[in-house]
Ligand binder design. Structure first.
Ligand code: HEC
Length: 136
């Protein structure tokens, strides 16, 4: 490719990328729509879900076990000890931008902590909570 063509390709990419990218708010809207007519996402309910001890697992009683009580802080996997980057989109621009990633981790983490999958309503509430500060 010539330099001119590369520049053109980059310009095209820059022009289309924002339209394709999904934001945390898009996912709140998507899950809220799945939750049904009249559902209103609530950061307060998201906070409750985040800090509640469900008792399904002895090792990981709540989301805070790995993510700490502050989504703007780094977490630590309670079993592997691996550092987990903050879940708050305010400090981590990659968060809640990939449907595949969100679904994968909601599925795994909810099954572990709650002993079941999270509902669309719970997912909408949780992402709303993360957007609005994410401190429990
Ligand atoms: C056993 C440790 C652990 C627990 C408990 C846990 N998580 Fe996670 N979570 C992780 C790891 C590891 C990742 C993926 C690593 C990364 O993205 O940095 C992750 C990623 C996520 C993501 C992906 C966000 C994105 O778009 O990048 C969401 C959503 C999430 N967790 C929600 C929850 C919720 C809700 C709970 C409680 C029901 C919870 N987690 C409990 C370890 C945990």
């Amino acid at each position: 490719m010539t330099a001119k063509k590369i520049t053109l390709a980059l310009l095209l990419l820059a022009g289309t990328a924002p339209a394709l990218a999904e934001t945390p708010k898009d996912f709140v809207a998507k899950y809220a729509a799945e939750a049904g007519a009249g559902f209103k996402p609530s950061a307060a309910r998201g906070k409750e879900l985040f800090s509640k001890e469900f008792g399904a697992s002895r090792d990981m009683p709540s989301c805070t076990t790995c993510h700490t009580r502050d989504l703007k802080a780094s977490g630590k996997h309670v079993i592997t000890g691996k550092i987990i980057d903050p879940l708050s989109p305010a400090v981590n621009a990659e968060r809640f931008t990939s449907a595949k990633k969100i679904e994968k981790w909601f599925k795994r983490n909810c099954n572990e902590v709650l002993g079941r999958e999270c509902t669309p309503a719970e997912k909408a509430d949780f992402i709303q909570f993360a957007i609005e500060g994410g401190k429990a």
